[in-house]
Design a protein around this ligand. Sequence first.
Ligand SMILES: [Zn+2]
Length: 393
Amino acid sequence: MADLVIRNIGQIVTGDLAQPLADGDTLVIRGGRIAAIGHAAAVDASGIERVVDANGADVWPGLIDSHTHPVLGDFTPRQLMINFIESGLHGGVTRIISAGEVHLPGRPRDPLGTRALAIVAAKSWAAHRPGGVKVLGGSVILEPGLVEADFDELQRGGVRVVGEVGLSGIYRPADARPMVEWAQARGMVVMMHIGGASIPGSNGLGAAEALAIGPDIASHTNGGPTAAPLRDIERLIAESTMAIEVVQAGNTRRVGEIARLVARAGALGRMIIGTDTPSGTGVIPLGVLRTMAWVASLGDIDPALVVALATGNTARIYGLDEGRIACGAAADCIIADAPVGSEARDARATLALGDTPAVAAVVIDGVVRIAGSRNTPAPQRRAGIPWMAAAGH
Ligand SMILES: [Zn+2]
């Protein structure tokens, strides 16, 4: 676990909706955790050899993609592509959350195979971090025949998430509700597919089904890829406490409409951002950054708040110890800036314009994983990281 100092920060964005900006230009990391935040003269950075110069750019928490479909390793059978997770690192993503390993070729659908797949994936992802990216995987897909004792075994096997309800053989409220309650009683977070059918074999689901089934997260409310009627989203906002997710691989216009509805209801604390990739839509390494730009520009939401939707909100809902620039949190953060050629002058103004910010560096557990990015445009202000060769630009 590493020690690191990041100095000359233009603006620290915290990932906390209640206090989205922090005062200061310096971040001190000890043992992979944030130890101090403040002005250079006021913080103790003694004994730390590695110093990153942010050169006036923003520091944000590392982005958390709340909706992905990995299988095992950094390979997606859906698009026959490798290294999609490590490619997302170059888009500022330090954590991905599996919405179910549904793309496994020959995925078992019997209770024994369903349990086994979730437990193998949970254990594999707990031990494997492509490029350093953290993966919360092994998200069980509900199938007919599961009984309450299966959820005890899933819990013992490290399964913490129920992947999208509705992607499988369990989607009617009478079948799904008991399983969802068994999972939630064991501390699992439950996602549910909202909107039209996605891959063959999945189902179209709306507010009536979600309110009857009771998941924790209304997944891809702007469609994965086909959006539900806006009236359904209004009902979920008003009649439940579910998290409201928007994704890259959905309806673009609906992202702005949903963001306005959520903001008007004073419910931004419930909104989270993901990609819903890999999927039929593809692999989109800049998908979280691009969705943030849609929320900010089409939804007219303050970009400093939008950062929290892709970091602190998701971390809180999943009980993760990252996603905030706060003392004691895991030191997962990015240096972000306006890209070369943008009329914006910093990363937040870039989001407000609807442009994609540039990633200048990514840090996970206090270790600089990349200097520069091979996937975003170059930043207007490059980070000074003398011990690393710059990627991409
Ligand atoms: Zn879905």
